[in-house]
Design a protein. Structure first.
Ligand code: MD6
Ligand code: FE
Length: 215
């Protein structure tokens, strides 16, 4: 594969996946330890929880949030909220290092005015999956989403604009960043059931941060 031939050319900044979606392999680099340390502080204030779907099912992905707004789901639906429903307190602030990482990844992909106000934090254990869905609870679809993968690798599923469209699969590894916008912004996507494994920094889980301009 030409991917392997050119993987040493770090001057190639972003790999187009589908129109509007770019994979920045290993973009997190040595910031991984710092991100995970800051994540622990966020989770001390807003711990992992399994939210309910509007249909009353419990999601297998454990979630939390930081930033001005957090994504929540319950029997009333999906929405962004400024307070954590578990504590009624504001979500923990987005650490400047999170914001800087997301903005610089977005800029490389051509979105230079990205100002995330929400960071959804997902945790996948072995067997956890995320069904095909669209991200459409945000106000401005001109803004991209920046997705940061940490820990165990997962298979990301890229569908099309209709749920029944064919689905591409690509592996997201520790430190990979996907910037997802433009013609891809409303594509269906998901995560295949996580394979068991052990990662030196996260243990038996995958953690994903998705940054959005939600409000
Ligand atoms: C995940 N990500 O990677 C789940 N959504 O764990 C998402 O649902 C997602 O990675 C929109 C854009 C990028 C994403
Ligand atoms: Fe999503």
């Amino acid at each position: 594969m030409h991917d392997d031939l050119f993987s040493h050319l770090t001057s190639i900044p972003a790999e187009p996946l589908v129109p509007g979606a770019y994979l920045l392999r290993g973009f997190v680099g040595q910031q991984d330890h710092q991100l995970l340390r800051e994540l622990q502080q966020i989770l001390a204030q807003a711990p992992w929880r399994h939210m309910q779907t509007p249909g009353g099912l419990t999601m297998s992905v454990a979630m939390s949030n930081c930033g001005k707004l957090g994504w929540v789901s319950d029997r009333r639906g999906y929405r962004y909220a400024s307070a954590d429903p578990l504590s009624s307190l504001p979500w923990p602030k987005m650490p400047p290092s999170f914001d800087a990482l997301a903005q610089s990844a977005a800029a490389i992909a051509g979105f230079d005015k990205f100002k995330p106000d929400a960071c959804l934090i997902n945790r996948y254990a072995s067997g956890t999956k995320l069904s095909l869905h669209q991200d459409k609870d945000e106000r401005d679809f001109a803004q991209p989403i920046v997705s940061v993968s940490l820990g165990l690798s997962a298979i990301f599923l890229f569908g099309g604009l209709n749920r029944s469209d064919p689905v591409l699969r690509t592996e997201l590894a520790h430190g990979d960043v996907v910037v997802w916008g433009g013609p891809s912004r409303l594509r269906y996507h998901g995560i295949a059931p996580l394979k068991p494994g052990e990662h030196p920094l996260t243990g038996r889980v995958r953690i994903n941060l998705t940054f959005r301009a939600a409000g």
